[in-house]
Ligand binder design. Structure first.
Ligand SMILES: [Ca+2]
Ligand SMILES: [Ca+2]
Length: 432
């Protein structure tokens, strides 16, 4: 992948044209466009490819700057895409390079239930999933509503066998049945299962998992053993800080509040009694162990559908280390803060830097993180863009003038930005 700005920046340092001051100015550099309702992007460890998940059931590979014409995996015949349903998430096994295994989360076309399945990549074709390797890990029964299906999957650094699975309350509004608080239901939860080996080796259709220590049940047969944390409404996009494992949960609110939580075993995040710190159902039973969000915002101010992101741990943007990015899908905002361990600091509105009518204008469905720690914005409009640096104008002009690269850069910029903003904003898919 061409990285013109970082290459130029390296030259500034190397040639001593002037030490750049604070490089706070960011932009979103389009790396893929023309996608069909992309919802996620991720990479296996140590791998230069970026895998892009589309709601309709395709996973595509961005490799060497080009979206490969043949999908990595095509689940379009298996997926229901009504409302917030679809192919919603994927995660690579931490040992993907040796075991070729990955996981997907989708809503099954026939049952309308959540399915978490695992596949292996073809042993001979690294850009093609082997569909004959498919095994079901688990299913979560869903009510008839088409919203709040969560769908994020992830492995926590340092816990190599534990797969985390985010489920929503299943819809519609006000969590009818109070499922998120019900420990006999896997809805409205973070689930955690140990998939380090197939515990059902004699059943080729099932990938059997173990229950790790520290989940809520602790051996209590009345509590579902998979539950790691509960009281969530629609934790659609979540992440682990790759440096220290801190677990960020973006839980989409209803009428009033959007929230970011820090994930912890056994924690109760309060829904539906609480929406953020606001008491939503005063007559519901008291919650003695309510873990409030580390950050919440009002619908009147910043949006109506939080999209949890990542902590930046890349090496290309000095000064951004440890900054957590997140977005709002409805209000087209991108924001950031730093988590101090007890609260947040450096809250910054990044919208003017990262969203633009000629680049990614909004409808952010997810962030992505590649193997090098670069972060990406994924837009339902069909684009994926990398969060990148804009060098300071003075140094920038000096560099370009000195190196005669203005024309090259301008042509590249035009190419990147052309033809990608044809879609009108599509608000059919509100994560709320
Ligand atoms: Ca098996
Ligand atoms: Ca909450």
């Amino acid at each position: 992948m061409i990285k013109p700005f970082s290459a130029l920046l390296a030259l500034v340092f190397a040639t001593g044209l002037g030490a750049p001051a604070a490089f706070a100015q960011l932009q979103t550099r389009i790396v893929a466009s023309g996608l069909d309702r992309p919802l996620f992007a991720t990479s296996p460890a140590g791998d230069s490819r970026l895998f892009i998940v589309e709601q309709g059931g395709l996973i595509k590979i961005l490799q060497n700057g080009t979206v490969q014409p043949t999908p990595f995996l095509d689940l379009s015949d298996s997926v229901n895409t009504e409302g917030e349903r679809g192919l919603l998430g994927m995660a690579f096994d931490p040992n993907f390079a040796s075991n070729r295994r990955f996981y997907v989360d989708y809503i099954d076309k026939t049952s309308l239930n959540t399915v978490v399945a695992t596949y292996q990549v073809s042993a001979t074709q690294p850009n093609v999933a082997d569909i004959t390797s498919r095994q079901t890990v688990l299913t979560v029964q869903q009510p008839e509503f088409s919203n709040h299906k969560a769908g994020w999957l992830g492995f926590r650094p340092g816990e190599s066998g534990n797969l985390y699975i985010a489920t929503g309350d299943g819809g519609f509004r006000d969590d009818p049945g109070n499922r998120a608080q019900n420990l006999s239901s896997n809805l409205g939860k973070i689930l955690r299962v140990d998939v380090s080996s197939d515990r059902l080796p004699n059943d080729p259709t099932q990938y059997g998992y173990a229950i790790p220590d520290g989940n809520v049940a602790g051996g209590n047969p009345e509590i579902n053993p998979e539950i790691y944390a509960y009281g969530l409404r629609n934790p659609f996009r979540d992440s682990f800080d790759r440096e220290n494992g801190t677990f960020y949960i973006g839980d989409v609110g209803q009428n009033a509040r959007e929230e970011i939580d820090i994930g912890a075993a056994g924690a109760n995040y309060g829904w539906r009694k609480f929406e953020g710190t606001l008491e939503n159902f005063p007559n519901d039973p008291q919650i003695s162990n309510h873990t409030p969000p580390i950050f919440e915002y009002n619908h009147t101010a910043d949006g109506a559908s939080v999209i949890g992101g990542y902590v930046y741990r890349g090496s290309e943007i000095p000064g951004l280390e440890g900054t957590y990015f997140f977005a709002d899908f409805v209000n087209d905002k991108v924001m950031s803060f730093r988590f101090t361990g007890s609260g947040i600091t450096d809250l910054t509105d990044r919208t003017a830097e990262l969203l633009s009518p000629t680049g990614i204008s909004g409808n952010i469905t997810s962030f992505g993180e590649d193997a090098s720690g670069n972060l990406y914005l994924v837009s339902l409009n069909g684009q994926v863009g990398q969060i990148a640096l804009i060098p300071e104008p003075a140094s920038y002009a000096m560099m370009l003038g000195g190196m005669g690269l203005i024309g090259v850069w301008a042509r590249r910029k035009r190419k990147l930005e052309s033809g990608t903003y044809a879609n009108l904003p599509d608000r059919r898919m509100h994560y709320r």
